[in-house]
Design a protein around this ligand. Structure first.
Ligand code: GLN
Length: 332
């Protein structure tokens, strides 16, 4: 029985329908075997390629799930919108945007490039932008900044989260490309002298363990104007959430961002750990975990499931019938 409901709560007909849809989508894609698990961070190569979980959490605190929804994996790039939110809250929009832009790059997540006009990274959803953001929210000593991030994410998930130190070490030992990006940004004055500390903040953020359920609740917290729908805690300053949802919408899937917006139509973010989450503003969060990735570094089954759910539940932001905007009425 999903959390948010008493153990023997009777599901309404609509709730049962949503549960059936989620289980049906899970069954439909459970045999898909395309893609490959990320190995460029060696520790990620240990992921079980069969793992597959789906979770949907509503802003009124209902949670629906299927499969390996409670399996832990590292958040990877799905940390980026939340770190951007923290930078906006700590530094304000004006200062933050001196260090990172909001334009889609149309390039891979790990491109070594800056906007030639401004020398800023294009946006906070690619590695360059996320390292610039990490540099803004890092603290000295570095562990204080990492802890502040983990604390905030724990509030958003509604349970205590932690870093996977094996993944952190693996990222640190092999993250030469990210180091190159960071030093390029140091050259242009986008990040300060504490390059290694900024990288540590970024690597640690990416190495935080989450479940599919955590991500759906964190997404529902964004959908719910920053308030965790299960704990009732106001986690994020809602005035900035529109900004992070916007960059998720335009840049969250890197060089598949346009295709994603066209086909799925949700602000979303993926990570090379195999997670992906999407936000239906004011209504719900949805998350999928499946470690096999496509060429862009997005979860193969994650994308299939999101497309299917968006179509079956009418979640696309510009859906003509706009069932999505009536989603909560479905549940009543
Ligand atoms: N930690 C990973 C990296 O920096 C995150 C990339 C991702 O999830 N797309 O390469």
């Amino acid at each position: 029985m999903p959390a948010g409901l008493p153990p023997n709560a009777v599901r309404t007909a609509y709730e049962r329908e949503i549960e059936e849809i989620i289980h049906g989508v899970y069954q439909k894609y459970s045999d898909v075997n395309e893609g490959s698990v990320a190995t460029y961070i060696p520790e990620l190569g240990k992921a079980n390629p069969r793992h597959f979980g789906i979770c949907l959490a509503t802003v009124d605190g209902q949670v629906f799930h299927a499969g390996d929804w409670d399996e832990e994996f590292t958040i990877q790039s799905m940390c980026k919108p939340f770190a951007f939110q923290m930078a906006l809250e700590q530094c304000g929009a004006e200062e933050t945007l001196k260090h990172v832009g909001v334009e889609p790059s149309g390039d891979a997540f790990n491109s070594i490039e800056l906007d030639p006009k401004t020398t800023r990274p294009f946006n906070p959803m690619i590695n360059a932008g996320a390292i610039a953001v990490a540099s803004l929210i890092k603290q000295l000593p570095v562990e204080a900044g990492v802890q502040a991030f983990v604390d905030k994410m724990s509030q958003a998930a509604g349970r205590r989260l932690r870093i996977d130190y094996d993944v952190l070490q693996s990222e640190t030992l092999t993250g030469h490309r990210n180091r190159a990006i960071a030093y390029l940004m140091r050259n242009f004055g986008i990040i300060d002298d504490h390059v290694n500390e900024s990288l540590h903040q970024y690597f640690a953020q990416c190495s935080m363990l989450v479940t599919c359920r955590d991500m759906a609740i964190m997404a529902a917290t964004l959908a719910n104007m920053g308030k965790n729908p299960l704990t009732g805690e106001q986690v994020f300053d809602f005035q900035y959430i529109k900004y992070i949802l916007t960059v998720m919408f335009t840049c969250g899937l890197y060089d598949y961002a346009g295709g994603w917006a066209y086909e799925v139509g949700l602000p979303a973010k993926s990570g090379v750990g195999g997670g992906i989450f999407g936000v239906v503003n004011r209504q719900l969060g949805v998350s999928v975990y499946s470690p096999k990735l496509d060429a862009q570094g997005n979860s193969v089954r994650g994308i299939l499931v999101c497309k299917e759910l968006a179509s079956q539940l009418g979640l696309h932001a510009f859906e003509f019938t706009n069932v999505g905007s009536n989603f909560l009425q479905w549940l009543l």
